[in-house]
Write a protein that binds this ligand. Structure first.
Ligand SMILES: *Cc1c(COP(=O)(O)O)cnc(C)c1O
Length: 370
């Protein structure tokens, strides 16, 4: 038999300080290496139940329909939109970055008539711009933490606006969950989704979602079946719910990882975790300022887990990032859309939101920029 020409993988150890995946929690990787169980093994069902309980705590919700979907954050986005939207529904999407654009694209593929309210990249949306649209909508879709620009969208006013539009309030909290305050119930969010590889410090692969009773009611009143069989919450919800009906094989070991990540988050405490992200990002802002680097987002609109930095005039963006990776094993992100080639994106997420990580990035930049 010919020998296999490839050795087993030994990826280099990088410090992940881009827009995600982020620095992993070591205990999460350990948990993922534990023995795989069958997806209906009573021991696994117990782990699933614990994941649901802990996810509700992290989302700050009592929503019964709270569970991780198999797939990355975008699968969470698609799940929420394909389940709640039917062809012909009017959907209002707030856009000031890549992920707002993606929500509009996914809603439109689900058959929605999409109305876009576009704002400046690097700023939060003005709630009045949404209010002014008027009329009636099935859903209002917003990105809480816009990872492409480093902006945190204030959400407190949005329930009232959604009510004026007669709309469900749908929120992307992929980067904000477990990094900044997220309050599903008290903000009146009807449906939200996240991802495991940002502030939860798990490898990519799962998308926690939550649906309010109102959203669940909308789902139960659909005229047509959900167009995606894989993401149909009426089917996968039965596996995670009482019936335990087989739908697709759960990614068992990824769920061990999420279980451990949620445990770590709740052990630290949500308030403490948000405060840590805020303090460490503050440290980063000061250090960047001391090097004469400018930030893209006004202070009061910044998303603590992701900082957008202006690439100084005359500096080659890609060369700096390549040098950080090669000489410092440090990954930061480049810009997207209008921020391509002129912006760095520095992530301080979950286990990576420490003063030591901020310092590592600051000293890496100092040495590369010379
Ligand atoms: C990362 C991200 C997504 C997409 O998640 P994937 O895991 O890349 O599919 C969606 N929305 C926001 C705000 C994100 O940061």
């Amino acid at each position: 038999m010919p020998s296999i020409p490839y050795p087993t993988v030994h990826p280099p150890t990088r410090v992940l300080m881009g827009p995600g995946p982020s620095v992993m929690e070591p205990s999460v990787l350990n948990a993922m290496g534990r023995p795989t169980l069958g997806h209906l093994d009573p021991a696994f069902l117990e782990i699933m139940d614990e994941v649901r309980v802990m996810l509700r705590a992290v989302f700050r919700t009592d929503n019964d329909l709270t569970m991780p979907m198999s797939g990355t954050g975008s699968a969470g986005m698609e799940t929420v939109l394909v389940n709640l939207i039917e062809p012909g529904d009017r959907v209002l999407v707030g856009i000031c970055g890549v992920f707002g654009q993606r929500m509009a694209e996914v809603a439109s593929r689900a058959g929605a008539e999409v109305v876009k309210v576009e704002g400046e990249w690097g700023r939060a949306l003005d709630p009045d711009a949404l209010r002014k649209v008027g009329g009636s909508f099935k859903a209002l879709c917003l990105v809480h933490g816009e990872t492409s620009t480093g902006v945190l969208q204030p959400m407190e006013e949005m329930r009232g606006i959604a009510d004026e539009l007669g709309a469900l309030l749908i929120m992307d909290c992929v980067t904000s969950l477990a990094g900044v305050r997220v309050e599903i119930d008290s903000w009146g969010v009807d449906a939200a989704y996240s991802g495991t590889q940002k502030c939860l410090s798990c490898p990519p692969g799962l998308a926690p979602i939550t649906l309010s009773p109102r959203a669940q009611h909308v789902l139960s009143q659909r005229k047509a079946k959900v167009a995606s069989w894989y993401l149909d919450l009426t089917l996968i919800g039965s596996y995670w719910g009482e019936e335990r009906a087989y739908h697709h094989t759960a990614p068992i070991n990824a769920i061990y990882g999420l279980h451990e990540a949620l445990r770590v988050v709740l052990e630290e405490g949500l308030e403490q975790r948000w405060a840590r992200h805020a303090a460490v990002s503050q440290h980063l802002y000061e250090g960047l300022g001391a090097q004469g680097l400018e930030l893209r987002v006004p202070r009061e609109e910044r998303l603590a887990p992701l900082t957008a930095v202006a690439v100084p005039e005359g500096v080659a963006d890609a060369r700096v990032r390549a040098a950080l990776l090669k000489d410092h094993d440090l990954e930061i992100g480049g810009g997207l859309g209008p921020m391509k080639d002129n912006t760095w994106r520095i992530g301080l997420m979950g286990a990576g939101a420490t003063k030591a990580h901020a310092e590592l990035c600051l000293s890496g930049l100092r040495s590369v920029l010379g």
